[in-house]
Design a protein around this ligand. Structure first.
Ligand code: SAH
Length: 233
């Protein structure tokens, strides 16, 4: 893909961010079961201009390994979490990937840069509209973005090889496991609404759910997490 990011002057910051993210992936490997980032995810991280997804007021922090506010009470996820979820989902060339919770579109862009075809759904109309515009401007024409309730998935485009949910669900929506292809993976934070005071451990866990060839589901917990809630439409 041809984009401004290739000569935007922030390449060194992206490389430094990737080093921070890889250090954290290494530190948490025992818990997550992910020893290192696949090359497709490393490349995606170096390619996506995160500063385009971050509000003006936070430009200086755009390549810090932290979540940041993006308006409408929502956040752009911590880069480490984006890398972890992308890797755990198995996103890569030729994969069909659904994301729930577009937000500013950063995770969708990272998924697309792995070579996957991406569908992404956002509930808040203003965010869905601005993310779609931003992704188009940056040349991510292969990303299908729409406003809607992600609890329902995207039935017309199913089945998916991977589904990545970037908001915490009280329980796993059945529509999402239904829309997984055999061999597919759903990566989803599950648990109660996290309180700001307990921002780090809100009692949510990141689950990896895998659908076997015979359609049966298995799941494991990969990490304690704190996500904004997946609302009911
Ligand atoms: N993926 C984003 C993170 C977004 S935060 C990133 O790259 O940084 C989670 C997003 O999920 C918010 O924008 C929120 O509005 C959205 N969301 C919450 N409930 C939803 C639902 N039921 N369907 C779709 N999006 C939802």
């Amino acid at each position: 893909m041809q984009r401004a990011s290739q000569t935007d002057g922030r390449e060194a910051e992206r490389a430094a961010l990737l080093r921070d993210v890889e250090a954290e992936i290494d530190e948490t490997a025992e818990m997550t079961g992910l020893p290192r980032l696949p090359e497709a995810v490393r490349k995606a991280f170096l390619a996506v201009p995160r500063h385009w997804f971050v509000p003006q007021a936070h430009q200086a922090a755009a390549y810090d390994n932290h979540p940041l506010p993006i308006g409408a009470g929502q956040t752009i996820s911590q880069p480490y979490i984006v890398a972890l979820m992308t890797a755990l989902s198995g996103a890569g060339p030729g994969k069909r990937v659904l994301e729930i919770g577009t937000g500013c579109g950063y995770q969708a862009a990272v998924l697309a840069e792995t070579g996957a075809e991406v569908w992404t759904v956002e509930f808040v109309e203003s965010l869905a509209a601005s993310a779609a515009e931003r992704l188009a401007t940056l040349g991510y024409g292969r990303i299908h973005a729409r406003q809607g309730d992600g609890n329902k998935g995207w039935p017309e485009a199913a089945p998916f090889d991977a589904i990545v949910v970037t908001a915490a669900a009280p329980s796993v929506p059945e529509a999402l496991t239904d829309q997984l292809a055999p061999g597919g993976r759903l990566v989803i934070p599950v648990g109660p609404r996290s309180l700001p005071a307990r921002a780090f451990f809100g009692g949510q866990e990141l689950r990896v759910i895998e659908k076997a060839a015979d359609g049966s589901l298995s799941e494991r917990s990969a990490l304690p997490v704190a996500f904004v809630p997946l609302v009911k439409g």
